[in-house]
Design a protein around this ligand. Structure first.
Ligand code: ADP
Length: 176
């Protein structure tokens, strides 16, 4: 059975992440999307909330599981008997950072954890969790960035009063 882990912050999950999940789920028999509990970052969503969002968004994908982990990815992967990590690449700036992590993981796992990169679909190349949060914090329209239920949760966090307005925009976008 070919298994892989897709680790990340997913704070919150965007259509860019979802696209990578769909594509990786076609390659592997089992894909575990795992939310990193990173104590150094102050997230908008708790690990539990991020897991819940990912579960809801992937509920129609039978070979995708959602989990969370703290500590080193190589230890988590070994525990699950997984030898491939999936990561997404948007731009050359991602590459430098990702290359270093991939090589470190390979070295420190003594070759037991390799990394497979999927390049972003062009329509999501600009998309990151942080830009989505910034736009939403000013009440901007994020309907092209995240599913409707995620947009609602983000506006709720920022206590944006235009929430229902944004929801209507989302519905219109979904029906298009
Ligand atoms: P991290 O803090 O681990 O980078 P992120 O949630 O920001 O966590 O990203 C997780 C992974 O998803 C990374 O490999 C990142 O490059 C990838 N990713 C994020 N957004 C996109 C996107 N729009 N298209 C493709 N890959 C993406």
């Amino acid at each position: 059975m070919k298994k892989a882990v897709y680790p990340g912050s997913f704070d919150p999950m965007t259509y860019g992440h979802l696209d990578i999940i769909h594509r990786a789920a076609e390659v592997f028999d089992l894909l575990i999307v795992s939310v990193l509990n990173n104590k150094e970052k102050t997230p908008l969503f708790s690990v539990e909330e991020r897991v819940k969002i990912l579960r809801e968004a992937t509920k129609d994908l039978p070979n995708v599981q959602v989990d969370s982990f703290s500590g080193l990815l190589i230890d988590y992967a070994a525990e699950k008997d997984i030898h491939v990590a999936v990561r997404g690449l948007r731009a050359i700036t991602d590459f430098e950072y990702e290359l270093q992590i991939a090589q470190t993981n390979r070295k420190f796992s003594e070759g037991r954890l390799d990394t497979m990169f999927l390049t972003t679909s062009l329509e999501y190349a600009y998309l990151s969790s942080s830009t989505v949060k910034e736009i939403a914090s000013f009440g901007g329209n994020i309907s092209r960035c995240v599913p409707g239920f995620v947009a609602d949760l983000i506006y709720e966090k920022y206590q944006i009063k235009t929430r229902s307005n944004a929801h209507e925009q989302q519905n219109r976008a979904d029906n298009r």
